[in-house]
Design a protein. Structure first.
Length: 456
């Protein structure tokens, strides 16, 4: 493609380090689409003849069909998908193929292709995340009343409803969707026609190519256009945050599936056995989603470090933008699908959850709140009184609501029998009706809103 100036071919290792076709072949659809939009514009603007534009368009369609049927052949001599496509086009239509690259460079071409690819990747992620949210909402609806221990420091804190816990993840995934949608909206301007870095003297129509490719319009500055990879970094940062959320839910499944907890039983389809220990049922999918989050964060860091300190405009370092995005996307798509399957199929052992909530003095705050509400005790004092009750329960080995009334009165005479109504885990969750609280009535409202938002 630049034989005019060179008398020798590249060294073998040069060829290998230079080639991106082993990975950027994945951009073939976008490359064909971008080139067809460019060729149509060149024809409409009179920059190439109508006949040549038509021949180029038909040839590109054929190359696309070939790629679709047979895949892209990796030939390192052709360096990247852009050169491979152009070379095949030349074989198919002859010298007219040489007119396609008028008023264009691989620098604006690759930026365009990659933006188009990231845009579709975001659409796929958004659809996957909506599916995960739907799974969470359906399970939350089923368990709006199921009581489990809520934790802080992984110590039993206060009873919550399982539905409320699952809806917490619905919220996180909702923010992820908004981050991805935001990344897509910001990215949706076309770099095509920025040429190598400075724009072009040909009378091109950037609005036309932008519209043909579904962009909102052309980018404003040619130097920025060919050196901007913010859209890929935005994708990776949104992916990292999302993967962190998935890893937190994974970790909960791993803990909940352990024998001492026994809060969940993973289905056969989403767990594995051991080759030596017949009793084992391992939460491998959850562990791998948790593990993948680290790799996704690594991809985000890889591209961030590649871009750091690059002067304008294009530098070949930027060719390294694609592997981390492809890797992160594959890992994320798989993680979302696996998490959706686990959420849909997991069995929640609600009797174990309830017993754990009852075992951990989780309603101690309810005793303190009762003293404040009914006996007008200042909260700090109520906290102290309750602490003595917990100590008594601990030393006698009983639950809070099993302490006899005389023993409670001995701690503080303002306590009377009505206190027992506040000490059950059901009473505790039912009382927490504040906006965003865990009460079943609030969970049902949140579920109803979510179902409407997801059109379920
Ligand atoms: N394969 C290159 C990439 O992925 C295409 C752009 C090459 N441009 C250049 N001037 N060498 O970034």
């Amino acid at each position: 493609m630049w034989g005019g100036r060179f008398s020798e071919g590249p060294a073998a290792v040069m060829r290998e380090i230079n080639a991106s076709i082993p990975f950027d072949k994945r951009l073939w659809r976008e490359d064909i689409a971008g080139s067809r939009a460019h060729a149509a514009m060149l024809g409409a603007a009179g920059i190439v003849s109508p006949d040549d534009a038509a021949a180029i368009d038909a040839g590109l369609a054929t190359v696309g069909q070939e790629y679709d049927a047979d895949g892209v052949t990796v030939d390192l001599a052709l360096e990247d998908i852009h050169m491979a496509t152009e070379q095949r086009l030349a074989q198919l239509i002859g010298p007219a193929a040489g007119r396609l690259h008028t008023a264009r460079s691989r620098n604006d071409q690759v930026a365009t292709d990659f933006k188009l690819w990231v845009r579709s990747a975001i659409d796929a992620v958004l659809a996957g995340l909506a599916g995960l949210q739907a799974a969470l909402v359906m399970r939350a609806e089923e368990h709006a009343d199921s009581v489990m221990p809520g934790f802080t420091h992984l110590q039993v804190a206060q009873p919550v409803t399982l539905g409320h816990h699952l809806m917490a993840y619905y919220e996180m995934i909702g923010r992820d969707r908004s981050r991805f949608a935001d990344a897509k909206a910001r990215a949706n301007l076309s770099p095509l026609g920025s040429a190598a870095l400075a724009g072009t003297g040909f009378p091109i129509d950037r609005d036309a190519t932008a519209a043909a490719l579904g962009f909102d319009g052309p980018t404003a500055n040619s130097l920025d256009s060919v050196s901007d990879r913010d859209f890929a970094m935005d994708y990776l940062m949104a992916a990292t945050t999302c993967a962190v959320h998935l890893s937190r839910l994974s970790e909960e499944f791993v803990i909940w599936a352990s024998q001492p907890f026994g809060f969940v039983a993973l289905s056969d389809a989403w767990s594995t056995g051991s080759s030596i220990m017949p009793q084992k049922r391992n939460p491998d999918a959850a562990e791998l989603v948790r593990g993948h989050s680290g790799r996704i964060a690594g991809c985000m860091m890889a591209l961030t470090m590649t871009m750091k300190g690059l002067p304008l405009a294009y530098s070949k370092d930027m060719q390294d933008d694609k592997p981390p995005v492809f890797e992160a996307h594959d890992l994320l798509a798989l993680s979302i699908a696996a998490m959706t399957g686990m959420v849909e199929s997991v069995t929640f052992r609600t009797e174990r959850m309830r017993a754990a909530a009852e075992a951990g003095y989780s309603t101690a705050t309810d005793l303190a709140d009762w003293l404040v509400r009914v006996a007008d005790v200042p909260f700090r004092e109520a906290h102290h009184i309750t602490g003595q009750a917990v100590r008594l329960a601990e030393t006698t080995g009983c639950a809070l609501d099993q302490i006899p009334i005389d023993a409670l009165k001995a701690i503080d005479p303002r306590i009377d029998k009505r206190v027992y109504d506040a000490l059950s885990v059901d009473a505790s969750v039912a009382a927490r009706v504040s906006h965003g609280g865990t009460a079943p009535v609030r969970v049902r409202e949140a579920v109803a809103r979510a179902k409407e938002a997801l059109a379920l």
